[in-house]
Ligand binder design. Structure first.
Ligand SMILES: Cc1cc2nc3c(=O)[nH]c(=O)nc-3n(C[C@H](O)[C@H](O)[C@H](O)COP(=O)(O)O)c2cc1C
Length: 171
């Protein structure tokens, strides 16, 4: 399957980037075709709500930023993995932006499965992000293949690596 991993942390050597990379390695080992995009390094603005896409644009977004290179990847993906640090009790803005920019086409064309990888400092801070993710799975008719969280003392451990391998086996 085509798996697209969106990694939203600006920290290249952080826990989220590590989880995304481990997910990529496990998915490739299982024979999937994997693309990993660090969206924190991209210029992706928020949706303007201008409705150009739904009026004159025929589903195309008027904003000419790095989202334009992500649209074809989103629409070719069978599986979408979101990897994000928790910022203020929710998914970081870098992940929110590309999700909300899908407004122009409503949903990624082929995505049937999703998964969520999250990092935080504290325990017990995932409820908001988890609820949002589950609502998006439901809205996009995608099966939830699993959620993995890594608080400060769990990050980059063998236990998290094993959870990622198990999640990928579930895809
Ligand atoms: C702007 C900002 C907001 C944060 N908010 C939270 C928070 O609400 N709860 C929490 O436990 N950690 C919070 N953190 C800490 C990060 O989630 C934590 O350091 C995480 O491991 C970062 O992952 P990364 O290294 O992959 O970027 C915040 C960090 C930043 C920079």
């Amino acid at each position: 399957m085509n798996i697209l991993i969106l990694q939203g942390s600006p920290r290249a050597n952080g826990s989220t980037a590590w989880m995304a990379e481990e997910c990529k390695k496990a998915a490739e080992a299982a024979g999937h075709n994997v693309i990993l995009v660090n969206v924190a390094r991209k210029k992706i603005a928020g949706c303007l709500a201008c409705e150009y896409c739904h009026t004159k644009g025929n589903g195309a977004c008027i904003q000419q930023d790095d989202m334009q290179e992500l649209y074809p990847l989103m629409n070719e993906a069978d599986v979408l993995v979101l990897a994000a640090p928790i910022y203020y009790f929710t998914l970081c803005a870098q992940i929110q932006a590309p999700i909300q920019r899908m407004y122009c086409v409503n949903n990624p064309a082929k995505v049937k499965k999703m998964a969520l990888l999250m990092s935080s400092y504290s325990p017990g801070v995932y409820d908001g992000a988890t609820a949002e993710y589950r609502d998006i799975c439901h809205y996009w008719n995608a099966e939830d293949c699993g959620i993995i969280t890594a608080k400060n003392d769990e990050q980059k451990t063998d236990a998290i690596k094993q959870k990622i391998v198990d999640l990928v086996a579930n895809i």
